[in-house]
Design a protein around this ligand. Structure first.
Ligand SMILES: [Zn+2]
Length: 108
């Protein structure tokens, strides 16, 4: 048995070509790779753009297409009410990460 050292590679933001190559190399060597996190780069959303409720205490928000028009940042309630869905071209879900306070994409 080989005693291969195990490490985890964590990337933040959009992976560059270099990152992807590094990924593949690490994967080839059997290193556990954590998929890159997609972080919300805009300013931290403060309010739901549909109902105006505060998102400051929320753990989750949606950046999604709505029944009432264009894309909007919306709270869970509004998404359940007016959101068209989650996925490419539909909407994304962001969750506030406890440690960093950053919004990380969890679906879509
Ligand atoms: Zn709302």
């Amino acid at each position: 048995m080989s005693s291969q050292k195990e490490s985890t590679v964590v990337l933040t933001g959009e992976p560059t070509v270099g990152d992807v190559l590094k990924f593949k190399e690490e994967e080839r060597r059997g290193v556990r790779v954590t998929p890159p996190r997609k972080i919300w780069y805009g300013s931290s959303p403060e309010r739901c753009q549909l109902c105006g409720c505060s998102l400051l205490e929320e753990k989750i928000f949606y950046d999604a297409k709505s029944l009432v028009g264009p894309w909007a940042i919306m709270c869970l309630n509004c998404f359940n009410d007016k959101g068209l869905g989650v996925g490419t071209g539909l909407g994304q879900v962001y969750e506030r990460e406890k440690e960093s306070g950053e919004w990380v994409k969890v679906a879509g």
